[in-house]
Ligand binder design. Structure first.
Ligand code: ATP
Length: 365
């Protein structure tokens, strides 16, 4: 077993200035990415942003047009040099799991091993929670069990890097949530370095050590799940990771005046004194905002729309200042529509912000 990923673990996978063009169109442009030993990194982005192309280049199923890819310190693709997929220490789990139907579960797992090794196969079966399933046929397994076998098979040759392409997309919603936990546990137990691909932000945040958000062939931000969610460096990341609203404010010394009252400048992430007097937009998640019925003297807005989400209700609130914010509430605290309400901030973390009229935080420009 290897040690858990740390910020300064050895780089196991490195992409330097990687570009992939199909004809005139760049699917991936100038990508720089380092994945460290034992880390689980997820490429997250909307359809067509280039995440699958990136994964395929790491696997060796596509050659980059430019740039260098290193796996375990060895260049597998750079100017002119190209290592075939089967000669890279890279494992791949496809979304359809692609098990051999005529082989047993144990035979599927031992397929990638150079020599027969029943103990290794059994320890992988134990690892993925299928100790008694070696003799079964893949057709007699549930979707979740097939995924466990696919994972065990990819892990069998001990790859330096394991790639997972939309690994949960063929599972139903309930199983998907259960398998996220399982896949993370299994990857962490083996200590393998892994890169997965998804367009589902909740999945990315729940399984990953770090999330690499892609848009239009480029990396927007690579950070921990907490930071991409709470400290997005671009408005695209802010909105892709979850519901985001923006209240306009004006920096006045140590406070920011907004339609939701004043916010201490020190509670706004990295908002330096040089912005004194500037207009900024403060990002809010729906659970940063609380509302309650109020009489006209203390009211500062009204709820104009209510969307039932099951455990919570999402309100769209128009503030008297002109901004619109999303506000999450549980059922007990039902907010009347189109009546005066009092809206306040309830935030335990630093707030993200953007200069008015800019799509990026200043350090991300
Ligand atoms: P999805 O989530 O829909 O799979 P993605 O983020 O994985 O999307 P890619 O499949 O990497 O996106 O595609 C990125 C861009 O490159 C798209 O515009 C796509 O049409 C284009 N592209 C991908 N593969 C090829 C190819 N073989 N030939 C031409 N264009 C391609």
């Amino acid at each position: 077993t290897r040690t858990a990923a740390t910020q300064d673990g050895d780089p196991v996978l490195q992409l330097r200035n990687v570009t992939k063009r199909f004809g005139d169109a760049a699917a991936v442009s100038g990508l720089d990415l380092t994945v460290r030993d034992g880390e689980l990194l997820t490429l997250l982005g909307p359809s067509g942003c280039g995440k699958t192309t990136t994964l395929r280049m790491i696997a060796g199923l596509e050659a980059p047009s430019e740039g260098t890819i290193r796996v375990g310190g060895t260049a597998v693709a750079d100017n002119g040099g190209f290592t075939q997929p089967e000669d890279r220490d890279v494992g791949l789990v496809f979304q359809e799991f692609a098990l051999f139907p005529h082989l047993s579960v144990a035979e599927n797992i031992s397929f990638g091993l150079e020599a027969s090794n029943p103990e290794r196969v059994q320890s992988l079966l134990d690892l993925v929670g299928l100790s008694e399933y070696g003799d079964r046929s893949p057709s007699d397994l549930s979707g979740g069990e097939r995924q466990r076998v696919a994972l065990a098979r990819s892990l069998a040759p001990e790859p330096d890097v394991l790639l997972l392409d939309e690994p949960f997309s063929n599972l139903d919603v309930r199983l998907r949530v259960e398998m996220r936990e399982e896949v993370r546990r299994i990857l962490k137990e083996t200590g393998v370095t892994a890169v997965s691909v998804t367009h589902d932000q909740e999945e990315a945040m729940s399984i990953s050590d770090r999330v690499a958000v892609m848009y239009d062939g480029q990396l927007e931000q690579v950070d921990t799940p907490e930071r991409v969610f709470q400290q997005p460096r671009s408005r695209f990341v802010a909105s892709f990771l979850g519901h985001a609203s923006f209240v306009s404010g004006r920096v006045d010394g140590d406070i920011v005046e907004t339609g939701l009252g004043s916010i201490a400048r020190r509670n706004v992430d990295g908002l330096a004194t040089e912005y004194d007097g500037s207009k900024v937009d403060i990002m809010l998640r729906p659970d940063d905002v609380v509302a309650r019925p109020a009489d006209i003297s203390e009211a500062n807005g009204k709820a104009v729309h209510r969307r039932f989400l099951g455990p919570t209700v999402l309100y769209r609130v128009e503030l008297d200042s002109g901004d619109t914010v999303g506000c999450m509430h549980n059922h007990d605290a039902e907010i009347p529509l189109n009546e005066p309400i009092r809206v306040d901030l309830d935030v335990a973390h630093d707030l993200a912000w953007f200069p008015s009229g800019s799509n990026r935080t200043p350090d991300a420009e």
